[in-house]
Design a protein around this ligand. Structure first.
Ligand code: AAL
Length: 398
């Protein structure tokens, strides 16, 4: 039963408790036409008395909590071998999707040496975050377990360029014989108030050589206003749009004959709401992979999430939202790549992976969450980020 019919049923149930006898019969017939029946629904949800619905029971009806588990799954994670074996002294994180080319899997990831020191050292050359002073590197594998170092894909630009400080958090799209890497870029100095943009590099082979575009393909909204000169990203006169400071975690998809660049927005003056950090996703769409990208008028397209994770399913787009916001740890689906609805809640014991890099060669149409069968993610150990493998291990509901 879809969400709308659940919602209608809730209204009907509420009306029934106060409807006169003659009207009840009409409503009952209406309910019988929509299955499950009123009585079945109450049983499915384990509600003791249909005439005394608690707030939780009303919400269960409204939100469709009795729907099947076909969008729900658990995850387990394992350490990898080769270049992705845990290594102290090197940051490896935010793996891209995994693409399969001529029988070999390729992934791209953020790599940087040494620990970060935060923003208060007084030395602008010091690394501020684990992803500062980073580059995009490549690894390959034939079995998804042992990964071989394929070296640097995209490095930082020369001093004064838009990506002279850090290039990181890549995603990959293989399309029409070409390879498109999209990634975050930061121009020095890396201060709290720095704006983060998205860059692109293109190659004819997964191993490059990669050619960067002359300018970023996506920038933050320019409608926020900082308050004063102190380097605090929380002090603002105006917060601006959801993506007024940073456009992050780009993920490029070829969809409906266009190029959909999904991304995470971070806002100037970010606050906490009932869901935690104010983090939302947007999408920008172009006719050609190089752009120009136009932000959707429907942005933001999520209320929550962190690293972007999307895959096609039945003509629409699915998404796994983790970490932040009131809808964190949910799997969602939209018929049009824009209007997402919650399909399952995967918090608690399901252990959703961080920064999931999906395997693009999996048959995403096999089941709602078939795209999540295995992939890459990252974790922290002894103060260092390293790349791991995740697997979805629950048999999907029949
Ligand atoms: C990640 C991503 C982006 C952020 C940082 C590195 O998990 O959201 O890439 O900038 O954290």
């Amino acid at each position: 039963m879809n969400r709308i019919s659940f919602y209608s049923l809730m209204i009907i149930l509420l009306c029934m408790s106060c409807a006169p006898e003659s009207k009840k019969q009409v409503i009952d017939e209406d309910v019988i036409e929509r299955s499950p029946s009123n009585e079945d629904l109450v049983k499915i949800l384990g509600i003791s008395n249909k005439d005394s619905l608690s707030s939780a029971s009303k919400r269960a009806i409204e939100m469709g909590y009795a729907e099947g588990a076909q969008w729900w799954t658990k995850f387990r994670q394992q350490d990898l071998k080769g270049v992705f074996e845990f290594e102290k002294g090197v940051v490896r994180r935010d793996p891209s999707a995994v693409i399969l080319v001529n029988g070999i899997y390729y992934t791209y990831y953020t790599k940087s040496p040494e620990k970060s020191h935060g923003f208060h050292t007084g030395d602008p050359t010091k690394k501020v975050f684990p992803w500062d002073l980073s580059e995009v590197w490549c690894a390959s594998s034939t079995d998804g377990i042992t990964w071989k170092d394929e070296g640097l894909s995209v490095g930082r630009g020369p001093a004064g360029s838009y990506d002279d400080r850090s290039v990181f958090t890549p995603e990959i799209l293989a399309h029409d014989g070409k390879y498109y890497l999209v990634y975050q870029v930061v121009k020095a100095p890396y201060v709290n108030r720095v704006k983060n943009k998205v860059g692109m590099a293109i190659a004819d082979s997964p191993l490059g050589p990669w050619k960067k575009l002359d300018a970023p393909i996506l920038a933050p909204a320019d409608n926020g206003k900082w308050l004063g000169e102190e380097d605090s990203r929380f002090k603002v006169e105006e917060k601006g749009d959801f993506d007024s400071q940073k456009v992050h975690d780009p993920c490029l998809m070829f969809y409906k004959n266009k190029f959909y660049l999904y991304y995470k927005g971070e806002r100037m003056g970010e606050e906490h709401t009932l869901g935690g950090r104010e983090i939302k996703w947007g999408v920008a769409i172009a006719d050609k992979p190089e752009g120009p990208y136009k932000k959707s008028p429907y942005n933001p397209i999520t209320n929550s999430g962190h690293e972007v994770c999307v895959w096609p399913y039945q003509g629409g787009m699915s998404a796994m939202l983790t970490s932040d916001g009131p809808e964190n740890n949910t799997i969602q689906w939209s018929p049009d790549g824009i209007n997402f609805e919650i399909k399952s809640h995967i918090g608690g014991r399901t252990k959703p992976p961080h920064a999931a890099g999906l395997v693009r060669s999996l048959n995403t149409e096999a089941k709602p969450v078939a795209a999540l069968e295995w992939g890459l993610c990252f974790d922290h150990k002894e103060g260092w980020d390293y790349i791991k493998r995740y697997e979805a291990f629950v048999e999907y509901a029949k």
